[in-house]
Write a protein that binds this ligand. Structure first.
Ligand code: ZN
Length: 504
Protein backbone atom coordinates (compact mmCIF):
# COMPACT_ATOMS: atom_id res chain seq x y z
CA UNK A 1 0.00 0.00 0.00
CA UNK A 2 2.82 2.37 -0.90
CA UNK A 3 2.03 4.28 -4.08
CA UNK A 4 -0.35 7.23 -3.95
CA UNK A 5 -2.58 5.98 -6.66
CA UNK A 6 -3.69 2.57 -5.56
CA UNK A 7 -7.31 1.60 -5.96
CA UNK A 8 -7.62 1.96 -2.21
CA UNK A 9 -6.46 5.58 -2.06
CA UNK A 10 -8.73 6.43 -4.99
CA UNK A 11 -11.63 4.79 -3.21
CA UNK A 12 -10.90 6.68 -0.01
CA UNK A 13 -10.82 9.96 -1.95
CA UNK A 14 -14.23 9.26 -3.48
CA UNK A 15 -15.66 8.33 -0.06
CA UNK A 16 -14.28 11.52 1.43
CA UNK A 17 -15.96 13.57 -1.30
CA UNK A 18 -19.29 11.83 -0.67
CA UNK A 19 -18.83 12.33 3.07
CA UNK A 20 -18.13 16.02 2.57
CA UNK A 21 -21.27 16.48 0.48
CA UNK A 22 -23.20 14.51 3.08
CA UNK A 23 -22.03 16.96 5.75
CA UNK A 24 -23.39 19.85 3.69
CA UNK A 25 -26.75 18.13 3.64
CA UNK A 26 -26.61 17.47 7.37
CA UNK A 27 -25.90 21.15 8.00
CA UNK A 28 -28.91 22.11 5.88
CA UNK A 29 -31.03 19.68 7.92
CA UNK A 30 -29.71 21.03 11.22
CA UNK A 31 -30.42 24.60 10.14
CA UNK A 32 -33.93 23.62 9.05
CA UNK A 33 -34.66 22.23 12.53
CA UNK A 34 -33.11 25.12 14.46
CA UNK A 35 -33.02 28.56 12.80
CA UNK A 36 -34.51 28.43 9.30
CA UNK A 37 -37.60 30.65 8.89
CA UNK A 38 -40.64 28.63 7.80
CA UNK A 39 -40.73 30.50 4.46
CA UNK A 40 -37.55 28.69 3.45
CA UNK A 41 -39.12 25.24 3.64
CA UNK A 42 -39.88 24.64 -0.04
CA UNK A 43 -36.48 25.73 -1.32
CA UNK A 44 -34.78 23.80 1.46
CA UNK A 45 -36.56 20.60 0.45
CA UNK A 46 -35.28 21.14 -3.10
CA UNK A 47 -31.73 21.82 -1.88
CA UNK A 48 -31.63 18.76 0.32
CA UNK A 49 -33.11 16.48 -2.28
CA UNK A 50 -30.56 17.66 -4.87
CA UNK A 51 -27.60 17.11 -2.57
CA UNK A 52 -28.96 13.75 -1.41
CA UNK A 53 -29.11 12.68 -5.06
CA UNK A 54 -25.52 13.83 -5.61
CA UNK A 55 -24.34 11.88 -2.55
CA UNK A 56 -26.23 8.80 -3.71
CA UNK A 57 -24.73 9.01 -7.22
CA UNK A 58 -21.23 9.30 -5.83
CA UNK A 59 -21.63 6.40 -3.45
CA UNK A 60 -23.23 4.08 -6.00
CA UNK A 61 -21.21 4.91 -9.12
CA UNK A 62 -19.85 2.10 -11.27
CA UNK A 63 -16.36 3.46 -10.53
CA UNK A 64 -16.84 2.94 -6.79
CA UNK A 65 -18.04 -0.60 -7.51
CA UNK A 66 -14.91 -1.36 -9.57
CA UNK A 67 -12.58 0.08 -6.98
CA UNK A 68 -14.20 -1.99 -4.22
CA UNK A 69 -13.65 -5.16 -6.26
CA UNK A 70 -10.02 -4.20 -6.85
CA UNK A 71 -9.50 -3.57 -3.14
CA UNK A 72 -11.12 -6.87 -2.22
CA UNK A 73 -8.41 -8.55 -4.29
CA UNK A 74 -5.58 -6.48 -2.82
CA UNK A 75 -3.82 -8.85 -0.44
CA UNK A 76 -1.41 -6.11 0.64
CA UNK A 77 -4.07 -4.24 2.61
CA UNK A 78 -3.66 -4.50 6.38
CA UNK A 79 -6.51 -5.96 8.42
CA UNK A 80 -7.96 -2.63 9.56
CA UNK A 81 -8.18 -1.40 6.00
CA UNK A 82 -9.76 -4.67 4.91
CA UNK A 83 -12.48 -4.04 7.50
CA UNK A 84 -12.98 -0.62 5.92
CA UNK A 85 -13.40 -2.23 2.48
CA UNK A 86 -15.75 -4.89 3.91
CA UNK A 87 -18.03 -2.15 5.23
CA UNK A 88 -17.81 -0.13 2.00
CA UNK A 89 -18.97 -3.25 0.18
CA UNK A 90 -21.85 -3.62 2.60
CA UNK A 91 -22.96 -0.01 2.10
CA UNK A 92 -22.57 -0.23 -1.66
CA UNK A 93 -24.68 -3.38 -1.85
CA UNK A 94 -27.44 -1.96 0.34
CA UNK A 95 -27.53 1.26 -1.69
CA UNK A 96 -27.57 -0.46 -5.06
CA UNK A 97 -30.00 -3.29 -4.31
CA UNK A 98 -33.12 -1.12 -4.17
CA UNK A 99 -34.47 0.03 -7.55
CA UNK A 100 -34.97 3.81 -7.75
CA UNK A 101 -38.69 3.24 -8.46
CA UNK A 102 -39.16 1.45 -5.10
CA UNK A 103 -37.17 4.11 -3.21
CA UNK A 104 -39.39 6.77 -4.77
CA UNK A 105 -42.60 4.88 -4.01
CA UNK A 106 -41.62 4.34 -0.37
CA UNK A 107 -40.75 8.04 0.02
CA UNK A 108 -43.97 9.35 -1.53
CA UNK A 109 -46.19 6.80 0.26
CA UNK A 110 -44.51 7.59 3.57
CA UNK A 111 -45.21 11.32 3.15
CA UNK A 112 -48.94 10.62 2.68
CA UNK A 113 -49.01 7.87 5.32
CA UNK A 114 -47.56 10.26 7.88
CA UNK A 115 -50.31 12.81 7.19
CA UNK A 116 -52.93 10.06 7.55
CA UNK A 117 -51.27 8.84 10.75
CA UNK A 118 -51.31 12.32 12.34
CA UNK A 119 -55.08 12.63 11.80
CA UNK A 120 -55.74 9.03 12.81
CA UNK A 121 -53.77 9.44 16.04
CA UNK A 122 -55.46 12.72 16.87
CA UNK A 123 -58.90 11.15 16.41
CA UNK A 124 -57.88 7.75 17.72
CA UNK A 125 -59.28 6.36 14.49
CA UNK A 126 -57.34 3.26 13.41
CA UNK A 127 -59.65 2.55 10.45
CA UNK A 128 -58.38 5.57 8.50
CA UNK A 129 -54.75 4.59 9.02
CA UNK A 130 -55.25 0.90 8.26
CA UNK A 131 -54.95 1.06 4.42
CA UNK A 132 -51.75 3.10 4.75
CA UNK A 133 -50.19 0.65 7.16
CA UNK A 134 -51.12 -2.20 4.83
CA UNK A 135 -49.39 -0.34 2.02
CA UNK A 136 -46.28 0.38 4.12
CA UNK A 137 -46.05 -3.30 5.15
CA UNK A 138 -46.31 -4.37 1.51
CA UNK A 139 -43.52 -1.96 0.56
CA UNK A 140 -41.42 -3.21 3.48
CA UNK A 141 -41.85 -6.77 2.17
CA UNK A 142 -40.71 -5.64 -1.29
CA UNK A 143 -37.72 -3.89 0.24
CA UNK A 144 -36.78 -6.99 2.25
CA UNK A 145 -37.06 -9.08 -0.93
CA UNK A 146 -34.64 -6.72 -2.75
CA UNK A 147 -32.12 -6.88 0.08
CA UNK A 148 -32.52 -10.64 0.30
CA UNK A 149 -33.08 -12.75 3.39
CA UNK A 150 -29.83 -13.90 5.03
CA UNK A 151 -29.27 -17.68 5.05
CA UNK A 152 -31.41 -19.34 7.70
CA UNK A 153 -33.13 -16.03 8.50
CA UNK A 154 -36.40 -14.27 7.76
CA UNK A 155 -37.39 -11.11 5.83
CA UNK A 156 -37.34 -9.03 9.03
CA UNK A 157 -33.57 -9.66 9.21
CA UNK A 158 -33.14 -7.94 5.86
CA UNK A 159 -34.83 -4.81 7.23
CA UNK A 160 -32.69 -4.92 10.38
CA UNK A 161 -29.61 -4.57 8.16
CA UNK A 162 -30.32 -0.87 7.67
CA UNK A 163 -30.21 -0.12 11.38
CA UNK A 164 -28.35 -2.94 13.10
CA UNK A 165 -26.06 -4.73 10.63
CA UNK A 166 -25.75 -8.42 11.40
CA UNK A 167 -28.65 -8.55 13.88
CA UNK A 168 -31.15 -11.40 13.49
CA UNK A 169 -34.75 -11.41 14.72
CA UNK A 170 -34.49 -14.91 16.21
CA UNK A 171 -31.43 -13.86 18.24
CA UNK A 172 -33.15 -10.68 19.43
CA UNK A 173 -36.15 -12.71 20.54
CA UNK A 174 -33.89 -14.91 22.66
CA UNK A 175 -32.57 -11.85 24.50
CA UNK A 176 -35.76 -9.78 24.66
CA UNK A 177 -38.20 -12.47 25.84
CA UNK A 178 -36.53 -13.40 29.15
CA UNK A 179 -35.81 -9.71 29.73
CA UNK A 180 -39.50 -8.87 29.34
CA UNK A 181 -40.80 -11.61 31.62
CA UNK A 182 -38.38 -10.67 34.41
CA UNK A 183 -39.17 -6.98 33.97
CA UNK A 184 -42.93 -7.59 34.10
CA UNK A 185 -42.46 -9.36 37.43
CA UNK A 186 -40.16 -6.61 38.75
CA UNK A 187 -42.59 -3.87 37.76
CA UNK A 188 -45.47 -5.67 39.45
CA UNK A 189 -43.41 -5.87 42.67
CA UNK A 190 -42.53 -2.18 42.44
CA UNK A 191 -46.20 -1.30 41.92
CA UNK A 192 -47.23 -3.40 44.92
CA UNK A 193 -44.74 -1.56 47.15
CA UNK A 194 -47.02 1.49 46.98
CA UNK A 195 -44.06 3.90 47.20
CA UNK A 196 -44.21 5.60 43.82
CA UNK A 197 -46.41 8.56 44.84
CA UNK A 198 -44.15 9.44 47.75
CA UNK A 199 -40.91 9.17 45.74
CA UNK A 200 -42.18 11.26 42.82
CA UNK A 201 -41.44 14.64 44.43
CA UNK A 202 -42.20 17.73 42.37
CA UNK A 203 -39.39 20.25 41.74
CA UNK A 204 -40.29 23.92 41.39
CA UNK A 205 -40.53 25.80 38.10
CA UNK A 206 -37.05 26.70 36.75
CA UNK A 207 -36.26 29.35 34.11
CA UNK A 208 -35.26 27.89 30.75
CA UNK A 209 -32.16 30.12 30.72
CA UNK A 210 -30.98 28.62 34.01
CA UNK A 211 -31.67 25.10 32.75
CA UNK A 212 -29.68 25.91 29.61
CA UNK A 213 -26.70 27.19 31.62
CA UNK A 214 -26.80 24.06 33.78
CA UNK A 215 -27.01 21.86 30.68
CA UNK A 216 -23.90 23.54 29.28
CA UNK A 217 -22.16 23.02 32.61
CA UNK A 218 -23.00 19.29 32.49
CA UNK A 219 -21.68 19.01 28.94
CA UNK A 220 -18.32 20.60 29.72
CA UNK A 221 -17.97 18.73 33.04
CA UNK A 222 -18.57 15.38 31.37
CA UNK A 223 -16.12 15.88 28.54
CA UNK A 224 -18.17 17.16 25.61
CA UNK A 225 -15.86 19.49 23.68
CA UNK A 226 -17.72 22.77 23.20
CA UNK A 227 -15.06 23.96 20.75
CA UNK A 228 -16.22 21.11 18.52
CA UNK A 229 -19.92 21.26 19.25
CA UNK A 230 -22.88 23.29 20.44
CA UNK A 231 -26.23 23.01 22.18
CA UNK A 232 -29.40 24.63 20.77
CA UNK A 233 -33.15 24.36 21.25
CA UNK A 234 -35.59 22.44 19.01
CA UNK A 235 -39.06 20.92 19.25
CA UNK A 236 -37.57 17.41 18.95
CA UNK A 237 -34.12 16.96 20.51
CA UNK A 238 -31.41 15.32 18.42
CA UNK A 239 -27.66 15.01 17.91
CA UNK A 240 -26.16 15.63 14.51
CA UNK A 241 -22.53 14.71 13.93
CA UNK A 242 -22.04 17.12 11.05
CA UNK A 243 -18.45 16.20 10.32
CA UNK A 244 -14.97 16.40 11.80
CA UNK A 245 -14.88 18.84 14.71
CA UNK A 246 -18.56 19.74 14.53
CA UNK A 247 -21.19 17.92 16.59
CA UNK A 248 -24.53 19.67 17.18
CA UNK A 249 -26.85 18.84 20.06
CA UNK A 250 -30.35 20.12 20.71
CA UNK A 251 -32.73 19.94 23.63
CA UNK A 252 -36.04 21.48 24.70
CA UNK A 253 -37.05 23.17 27.95
CA UNK A 254 -40.17 23.03 30.08
CA UNK A 255 -39.99 25.29 33.08
CA UNK A 256 -42.22 23.07 35.21
CA UNK A 257 -40.20 19.93 34.48
CA UNK A 258 -36.42 20.36 34.47
CA UNK A 259 -35.79 16.60 34.21
CA UNK A 260 -37.00 16.44 30.60
CA UNK A 261 -34.34 18.87 29.40
CA UNK A 262 -31.59 17.65 31.73
CA UNK A 263 -31.94 13.98 30.85
CA UNK A 264 -32.62 14.88 27.22
CA UNK A 265 -29.36 16.85 27.15
CA UNK A 266 -27.42 13.98 28.79
CA UNK A 267 -28.94 11.58 26.25
CA UNK A 268 -27.94 13.66 23.24
CA UNK A 269 -24.56 14.32 24.85
CA UNK A 270 -23.95 10.56 24.95
CA UNK A 271 -24.57 10.43 21.20
CA UNK A 272 -22.36 13.50 20.83
CA UNK A 273 -19.46 12.06 22.83
CA UNK A 274 -19.50 9.05 20.52
CA UNK A 275 -19.49 11.30 17.46
CA UNK A 276 -16.61 13.34 18.90
CA UNK A 277 -14.66 10.16 19.68
CA UNK A 278 -14.85 8.72 16.16
CA UNK A 279 -11.67 9.22 14.07
CA UNK A 280 -13.54 11.46 11.66
CA UNK A 281 -10.82 13.73 10.36
CA UNK A 282 -8.54 10.88 9.21
CA UNK A 283 -11.51 8.81 8.09
CA UNK A 284 -13.93 11.39 6.75
CA UNK A 285 -16.69 9.60 4.82
CA UNK A 286 -15.20 6.15 5.47
CA UNK A 287 -16.80 3.39 7.56
CA UNK A 288 -13.87 3.46 10.00
CA UNK A 289 -14.90 7.02 10.89
CA UNK A 290 -18.57 6.13 11.43
CA UNK A 291 -20.76 4.71 14.18
CA UNK A 292 -21.34 0.94 14.11
CA UNK A 293 -25.11 0.80 14.38
CA UNK A 294 -28.09 2.55 15.89
CA UNK A 295 -28.01 0.12 18.83
CA UNK A 296 -24.41 0.96 19.68
CA UNK A 297 -25.11 4.67 19.20
CA UNK A 298 -28.07 4.37 21.56
CA UNK A 299 -25.92 2.48 24.09
CA UNK A 300 -23.78 5.60 24.42
CA UNK A 301 -26.73 7.95 24.91
CA UNK A 302 -28.47 5.67 27.41
CA UNK A 303 -25.28 5.12 29.37
CA UNK A 304 -24.79 8.83 30.08
CA UNK A 305 -28.49 9.53 30.51
CA UNK A 306 -29.34 6.57 32.75
CA UNK A 307 -26.41 4.62 34.13
CA UNK A 308 -24.48 7.80 34.92
CA UNK A 309 -27.17 10.51 35.12
CA UNK A 310 -29.62 8.55 37.26
CA UNK A 311 -27.00 7.27 39.70
CA UNK A 312 -26.68 8.31 43.32
CA UNK A 313 -23.05 9.29 42.68
CA UNK A 314 -24.17 11.68 39.95
CA UNK A 315 -26.55 13.42 42.36
CA UNK A 316 -23.86 13.67 45.05
CA UNK A 317 -21.94 15.86 42.63
CA UNK A 318 -24.86 17.48 40.79
CA UNK A 319 -26.93 18.50 43.83
CA UNK A 320 -24.82 21.45 45.07
CA UNK A 321 -24.24 22.60 41.49
CA UNK A 322 -27.94 22.42 40.61
CA UNK A 323 -28.68 24.30 43.81
CA UNK A 324 -26.28 27.08 42.82
CA UNK A 325 -27.17 27.27 39.14
CA UNK A 326 -30.85 26.32 38.87
CA UNK A 327 -32.74 26.56 42.16
CA UNK A 328 -32.01 26.57 45.89
CA UNK A 329 -34.71 23.87 46.08
CA UNK A 330 -32.10 21.22 45.21
CA UNK A 331 -30.16 22.14 48.33
CA UNK A 332 -33.23 21.47 50.48
CA UNK A 333 -33.51 17.89 49.19
CA UNK A 334 -31.43 14.92 50.26
CA UNK A 335 -29.30 13.14 47.67
CA UNK A 336 -31.44 10.06 48.30
CA UNK A 337 -34.62 11.99 47.51
CA UNK A 338 -33.16 13.30 44.23
CA UNK A 339 -31.87 9.85 43.36
CA UNK A 340 -35.28 8.27 44.02
CA UNK A 341 -37.09 11.04 42.13
CA UNK A 342 -34.98 10.25 39.05
CA UNK A 343 -35.74 6.55 39.28
CA UNK A 344 -39.48 6.38 39.74
CA UNK A 345 -40.94 3.37 37.90
CA UNK A 346 -44.50 3.74 36.70
CA UNK A 347 -46.14 1.74 33.89
CA UNK A 348 -47.74 4.05 31.34
CA UNK A 349 -49.22 3.81 27.87
CA UNK A 350 -46.77 6.01 26.01
CA UNK A 351 -43.32 4.72 25.04
CA UNK A 352 -41.57 8.08 24.86
CA UNK A 353 -42.64 8.91 28.42
CA UNK A 354 -41.60 5.53 29.82
CA UNK A 355 -39.05 5.08 32.60
CA UNK A 356 -35.88 3.03 32.32
CA UNK A 357 -37.46 -0.22 33.54
CA UNK A 358 -40.75 -0.25 31.63
CA UNK A 359 -39.21 1.08 28.40
CA UNK A 360 -38.04 -2.31 27.20
CA UNK A 361 -41.52 -3.80 27.50
CA UNK A 362 -42.75 -1.17 25.04
CA UNK A 363 -40.06 -2.29 22.62
CA UNK A 364 -40.71 -6.02 22.97
CA UNK A 365 -44.37 -5.34 22.15
CA UNK A 366 -43.55 -3.40 18.97
CA UNK A 367 -40.84 -5.83 17.85
CA UNK A 368 -43.15 -8.83 18.27
CA UNK A 369 -46.05 -7.22 16.44
CA UNK A 370 -44.18 -5.68 13.51
CA UNK A 371 -42.34 -8.95 12.95
CA UNK A 372 -45.67 -10.82 12.86
CA UNK A 373 -47.17 -8.18 10.53
CA UNK A 374 -44.25 -8.49 8.13
CA UNK A 375 -44.44 -12.29 8.13
CA UNK A 376 -48.18 -12.14 7.57
CA UNK A 377 -48.90 -14.03 10.81
CA UNK A 378 -50.87 -10.99 11.93
CA UNK A 379 -53.09 -8.89 9.64
CA UNK A 380 -53.15 -5.12 9.95
CA UNK A 381 -56.85 -5.33 10.84
CA UNK A 382 -55.96 -7.50 13.85
CA UNK A 383 -53.26 -5.13 15.08
CA UNK A 384 -55.23 -3.05 17.64
CA UNK A 385 -56.61 -6.17 19.33
CA UNK A 386 -53.23 -7.88 19.40
CA UNK A 387 -51.58 -4.73 20.76
CA UNK A 388 -54.10 -4.28 23.55
CA UNK A 389 -54.03 -7.86 24.73
CA UNK A 390 -50.23 -8.07 24.74
CA UNK A 391 -50.00 -4.69 26.48
CA UNK A 392 -52.26 -5.92 29.25
CA UNK A 393 -50.18 -9.06 29.69
CA UNK A 394 -46.92 -7.11 29.92
CA UNK A 395 -48.00 -4.03 31.88
CA UNK A 396 -51.14 -5.13 33.68
CA UNK A 397 -52.98 -2.14 32.18
CA UNK A 398 -55.94 -1.96 29.80
CA UNK A 399 -55.33 0.33 26.79
CA UNK A 400 -58.13 2.94 26.71
CA UNK A 401 -57.88 3.92 23.02
CA UNK A 402 -55.66 3.45 19.95
CA UNK A 403 -54.20 6.94 20.35
CA UNK A 404 -52.54 5.61 23.50
CA UNK A 405 -52.09 2.21 21.87
CA UNK A 406 -50.98 1.16 18.41
CA UNK A 407 -51.30 4.66 16.88
CA UNK A 408 -48.82 6.42 19.16
CA UNK A 409 -45.54 6.09 17.22
CA UNK A 410 -44.53 7.72 13.96
CA UNK A 411 -42.23 4.87 12.86
CA UNK A 412 -44.61 2.61 10.94
CA UNK A 413 -45.98 5.50 8.91
CA UNK A 414 -42.51 6.50 7.70
CA UNK A 415 -41.23 3.07 6.71
CA UNK A 416 -39.06 2.56 9.81
CA UNK A 417 -39.94 -1.10 10.25
CA UNK A 418 -37.14 -2.97 12.08
CA UNK A 419 -36.02 0.19 13.87
CA UNK A 420 -37.62 -0.34 17.31
CA UNK A 421 -35.26 -3.11 18.52
CA UNK A 422 -32.33 -0.69 18.39
CA UNK A 423 -33.72 1.16 21.44
CA UNK A 424 -33.63 -1.93 23.63
CA UNK A 425 -30.32 -3.00 22.15
CA UNK A 426 -29.03 0.36 23.31
CA UNK A 427 -30.14 -0.33 26.89
CA UNK A 428 -28.73 -3.85 26.82
CA UNK A 429 -25.35 -2.88 25.36
CA UNK A 430 -25.12 0.11 27.72
CA UNK A 431 -25.62 -2.09 30.79
CA UNK A 432 -23.19 -4.78 29.60
CA UNK A 433 -20.49 -2.23 28.68
CA UNK A 434 -20.99 -0.34 31.94
CA UNK A 435 -20.73 -3.47 34.06
CA UNK A 436 -17.42 -4.23 32.33
CA UNK A 437 -16.16 -0.65 32.76
CA UNK A 438 -17.06 -0.75 36.44
CA UNK A 439 -15.20 -4.04 36.95
CA UNK A 440 -12.14 -2.49 35.29
CA UNK A 441 -12.45 0.73 37.34
CA UNK A 442 -13.99 -0.09 40.73
CA UNK A 443 -13.74 3.55 41.85
CA UNK A 444 -16.05 4.91 39.11
CA UNK A 445 -18.75 5.99 41.57
CA UNK A 446 -16.24 7.76 43.79
CA UNK A 447 -14.99 9.61 40.71
CA UNK A 448 -18.51 10.56 39.56
CA UNK A 449 -19.30 11.90 43.02
CA UNK A 450 -16.31 14.25 42.61
CA UNK A 451 -17.41 15.31 39.12
CA UNK A 452 -14.67 13.27 37.48
CA UNK A 453 -16.15 11.57 34.44
CA UNK A 454 -12.89 11.34 32.48
CA UNK A 455 -12.09 7.70 33.36
CA UNK A 456 -15.40 6.46 31.91
CA UNK A 457 -15.08 8.61 28.80
CA UNK A 458 -11.49 7.46 28.32
CA UNK A 459 -12.60 3.84 28.61
CA UNK A 460 -15.35 4.38 26.01
CA UNK A 461 -12.93 6.15 23.67
CA UNK A 462 -10.43 3.27 23.87
CA UNK A 463 -12.84 0.36 23.77
CA UNK A 464 -15.63 1.62 21.52
CA UNK A 465 -15.32 5.04 19.89
CA UNK A 466 -11.93 4.86 18.21
CA UNK A 467 -12.77 1.72 16.21
CA UNK A 468 -15.52 3.24 14.06
CA UNK A 469 -17.08 0.35 12.15
CA UNK A 470 -14.06 -1.94 12.36
CA UNK A 471 -16.16 -4.52 14.27
CA UNK A 472 -19.85 -5.37 13.99
CA UNK A 473 -21.93 -4.70 17.10
CA UNK A 474 -22.06 -8.30 18.31
CA UNK A 475 -18.33 -8.77 17.74
CA UNK A 476 -17.48 -5.54 19.54
CA UNK A 477 -19.61 -6.61 22.49
CA UNK A 478 -17.74 -9.91 22.76
CA UNK A 479 -14.35 -8.22 22.44
CA UNK A 480 -15.15 -5.60 25.07
CA UNK A 481 -17.17 -7.60 27.58
CA UNK A 482 -15.90 -11.13 26.93
CA UNK A 483 -19.34 -12.48 26.13
CA UNK A 484 -22.27 -12.27 23.79
CA UNK A 485 -25.04 -9.80 24.45
CA UNK A 486 -27.54 -11.10 26.99
CA UNK A 487 -30.07 -9.61 29.39
CA UNK A 488 -28.06 -10.36 32.55
CA UNK A 489 -26.28 -7.03 33.05
CA UNK A 490 -29.39 -4.92 32.41
CA UNK A 491 -31.49 -7.04 34.77
CA UNK A 492 -28.83 -6.92 37.51
CA UNK A 493 -28.66 -3.16 37.14
CA UNK A 494 -32.44 -2.57 37.16
CA UNK A 495 -33.04 -5.01 40.03
CA UNK A 496 -30.23 -3.41 42.04
CA UNK A 497 -31.81 -0.01 41.62
CA UNK A 498 -35.28 -1.28 42.48
CA UNK A 499 -33.84 -2.74 45.67
CA UNK A 500 -32.23 0.59 46.63
CA UNK A 501 -35.08 2.88 45.66
CA UNK A 502 -38.12 0.69 46.36
CA UNK A 503 -36.74 -1.88 48.74
CA UNK A 504 -38.11 -4.74 46.62
ZN1 ZN B 1 -30.98 8.41 21.16
Amino acid sequence: MSSENTSYTQLRTLMREAGTLGSVNALLAWDQETFMPSGGADARAEQRSMIATMVHERRTSARVGELIVACEHDASLPETERANVREMRRDYDLLTKLPASLVGEIASTATKAQEAWKDARQNSDFATFRPWLEKMMELARQKAACYGTPAGGEPYDALLEEYEPGARAAELEKVFTPLASELSALIAKIGASGKTERLAIKPPSIDASKQHAFGQFLLTSMGFDMNSGRLDTTAHPFCEGLGPGDTRLTTRYREDEFGGAMYGTLHEMGHGLYEQGLPKMERYGEPLGEAISLGIHESQSRMWENLVGRSRAFWMWAQPNASKMMSAWFGTQSVDALYSMSNVVKPSYIRVEADEATYNLHILLRFTLERALLKGDLSVAELPGAWNSMFETLFGLRVPDDRRGCLQDVHWSCALIGYFPTYSLGNLYAAQFFETARAAMPDLDVRFARGDFAPLLGWLRTNIHQHGRRYRAGELCERVTGKKLDSGALLRYLKGKAAEVYGV
